[in-house]
Design a protein. Sequence first.
Length: 333
Amino acid sequence: MKKTGKWTAILIFVITLALGITATAAAETIVFGDFSWDSVQVHNRIAGFIVEHGYGYTVDYQFGESIPILLGLRRGDVDVTMEGWVDNWIEPMYQAHLAGDIISLGSNFPDAPQGWYIPTYMVEGDAERGIEASAPTLKSVHDLPRYAELFPDPEDRNKGRFYNAPTGWGAHDINNDKIEAYGLDKYFNSFNTGSDAALGAAMMRYYQRGEPFVAYNWEPNWVIGLLDMTLLEEPEYNEQQWREDYSTAYPATRVEIIINAELAAKSPLLTSFLASYNTTIEQTNEVLAYMQVEGASADEAAMWFLENYRDVWTEWVFAPEVAERVTEALTQQ
């Protein structure tokens, strides 16, 4: 699970070995930048537990929206966030990098997909649940007009309902533009779900009843981890077309570990660990599904990950004594 080819991690690790630096963190606090979505909170706490118990720092979590946290990273009020959705912050990220205020340590997990999903049982059926395929040839957004009647809008029976991202999200407006660009506005109404929790709840409700629905979603996400969903095909991403009317697939979104630049200078061993931190979309979906099913907190989900993926996180820390300290702390939880 090491991030091969990550020159940052390798360089920092080599420097660390050369200088003989050890983690003597004493009273120093590492502040993680938290956001409203579950995956970043879980990853922050996985890393935070290792930072605290393996490297001897105290840790804290500062909640905020994307841009305020990025400003905190630039000032040094925040040391690290484990999920910087950099394609959503292109201009402010560029400015922060240009000023030398932040450093990207590479991806937390591979490029994150997003788009329009339907339950797989619509295409393949589900023999165990007695569900027959209602749309066996529904594979693309361009197939949706033929199946619009399967998604009736309770408030407008003449059209289908598309469950959109909440108002205020960039994806909400992009999806509305997509509906128009694909000519789907004749067949579908865009429904504002109000929050990511409400969007997930709506999808779960339909899924449990075995009914058709089409909704925007993204990965990693507990919904995709828990439900068997199919991402509808769109034309391959094309930057020029995307800029014109969004009538292509979403670009794969880079999700990177971002730190304040001064952290690399003062804590190279800690930075080496953060640069080596690496998960998969599937692992993150799984831990988010556990969180949903068990009603677990972000802290509890982090403990579940650390217990169940010891072979993964022990490769991030390099030193056996660090892994031993973390393992010992886990036995006391």
